[in-house]
Structures are given as structure tokens and as C-alpha cells.
Design a protein around this ligand. Structure first.
Ligand code: FES
Length: 119
């Protein structure tokens, strides 16, 4: 892999969810977005039941919420902050305890020329 930064997506293309799926990066498919003004890129697969996190949304608090059962992740550390909700809410604590240590992978990115770049 070269040391060149790779352009992932324009911030304008993120839409209201502030996150999207970017395929075919050197690290595979990533969820790429902006959280509290900072760009991020994390592995795209939810640790619960494998939903595509790039199809979720960034919450007001800056977390990345899974589109399927609303588990919440810290985009800086990849940690699961909240287990799955809805039908899974009764087991959200144990799921978080079990899967919480299996963080999302996080990747270095920067904001430049209105776009997010993998560095
Ligand atoms: S698949 Fe993500 S919370 Fe269930």
C-alpha cells in the first residue's frame, strides 16, 4: 500500500445521517462519517448481528448508532457504548459485556478540501 492519502467521501455527500458506507478501501468496507466536527472511519460491521453501521447514523452525542437494533459505538475508540435496543434491550447489558471488548477497528482519517481522506 502506498503512503498516499485516499479520498473516501465528500462531507456534503453524507446527508443527515452523517455517515455512509465506503467499499473497497485498503481496509475493506468502512463506515465513514463526521462526529462532532471530526471525521472518522471504523469497520462497518456491527458486533451484534452484523448490520452495516454506515447505514446507521451519528447521534447528537457523537456516537455511531447501528441501523438495526441501535447499539451505540464510540467512533474514536470503537467501543460499544450501549448494547442493542428494542427486542434485544433486556439483554443489552450482557451483549455489551460480551461484545464490548471486541471493538470496531478505527482508522486514521483527516478532513481536507471538504472531503474525508484515509491517511
Ligand atoms: S445488528 Fe447492530 S445492534 Fe443488532
Amino acid at each position: 500500500m502506498s503512503n498516499e492519502a485516499i479520498r473516501l467521501v465528500a462531507v456534503d455527500e453524507l446527508g443527515d445521517s452523517q455517515v455512509t458506507v465506503i467499499e473497497d478501501t485498503p481496509h475493506g468496507t468502512l463506515a465513514v462519517g463526521v462526529s462532532e466536527g471530526e471525521p472518522f472511519a471504523v469497520s462497518n460491521t456491527c458486533r451484534h448481528l452484523f448490520a452495516s453501521l454506515g447505514k446507521g447514523c451519528v447521534t447528537e452525542g457523537g456516537g455511531l448508532e447501528c441501523p438495526k437494533h441501535k447499539a451505540l459505538y464510540d467512533v474514536k475508540t470503537g467501543r460499544m457504548l450501549r448494547g442493542p435496543q428494542g427486542a434485544f434491550k433486556p439483554i443489552a447489558g450482557p451483549v455489551k459485556a460480551t461484545l464490548g471488548s471486541r471493538r470496531l477497528k478505527t482508522y486514521d482519517v483527516e478532513l481536507r478540501d471538504g472531503a474525508i481522506w484515509l491517511t
